[in-house]
Design a protein around this ligand. Sequence first.
Ligand SMILES: Cc1ncc(COP(=O)(O)O)c(C=O)c1O
Length: 406
Amino acid sequence: MDVFNKCYKDGGYLGMFRLAKDKYFTRPILSHYPGTEMEFNGIKTIMWSINNYLGFAENEEVKKIAVDTSSEYGASAPMGSRMLTGNTTLHEDLEKKLAQFENKESAILFNYGYLGVLGTFSAIVHRSDTIVIDKLSHACMIDGTFLAGGKYRFYKHNDMNDLEKQLKAANKLGRGGVLVVTEGVFGMRGDLANLPDICDLKEKYGARLFVDDAHGCGVMGPNGKGTSEHFGVMDRVDLYFSTFAKSFAAIGGFTAGYVDVIRYIRYNARTQIFAKSLPMIYVKVICTTLDMIENNHGFRERLWEVATKLQNGLKELGFKIGDTASPITPVYVPAEPEVAKQIVIYLREKKGVFVSGIMYPVVPKGIILLRMIPTASHTDDQIDKTLEAFKALRDDFTLHLDKVKF
Ligand SMILES: Cc1ncc(COP(=O)(O)O)c(C=O)c1O
């Protein structure tokens, strides 16, 4: 049999969207330049779907650093992996700065967040170890868990009784160690991991804790250090991780933790050992955006102002936004798939408001999650126009918002 046979007839993982010739839920074509106004199919829209939390993607100072660095180094520097020829003082300085920012002893850079999680797990977790992971964790943590090749147990989302049950069961297996894995801010629903209780439990059962704070770093806590700072548990999180693809407006990721552990990851994370070093242009941009996060709290304050105004406005209109405690704004709307599609088209093409539509299995059948990401760059006028669009949506589609139990 030809290994390619499936490509000709089977839709595969997200293939049903391809088969339906979808251009709304998957691979929509947008204008090239990220910001609060972007073109979708030639229509100007207010953009609520990019994780540009602090607005750094269109920040002039950040752009200038990128331009200056590329004119100095080009796009290829440094050549080779960190292990061989791709290590520089700039990479090492950035790792020190990130460790300091997160009050950790050491940190390691990765080229993508996804690769960072895969590399960290597969370095640390061996066959006799167990990962105990929140069921709603991002795909990179699920894939990292499988790739690591150890044992694994899922616990119900943020359910501390179930976490305890799984920790007890993992400890019964004996031999290896246990790594508890969770997101800090959950990327789809915007709710927070119950880090204080998770810390109590992992300490009670002698486990270690990995927090992927992709949506919390730069956003949460009085100094933007993340969800662990928000809860006052920075020193109890054993491995703190974030991508640079969101608040930092770049590419890459880092894991921070104890010096011995990070050193071990550095010499064992195959996704980094066997990959080219993070390009200079990103190293310099991340140094700049980290500095801005640390020293200019105005960006984060504005982000929260925008988020609060948007979330309060939606609630006043009767929309349900669940138990988000972060800027991520999930709007739960009752709709079967065909109506859900019409809603997304209506918002984008009639109202000029771009939101992502997320359906089953992320949310129960019969609901569409309109996921909105406020940023520091959104204006009050854009929020007002968006709220008007949602009011019109509610009325034009006669939505029964009280039906949503979220
Ligand atoms: C929680 C979480 N972790 C990791 C990643 C992967 O990060 P990257 O895009 O840098 O690979 C994402 C990206 O969506 C994410 O949301």
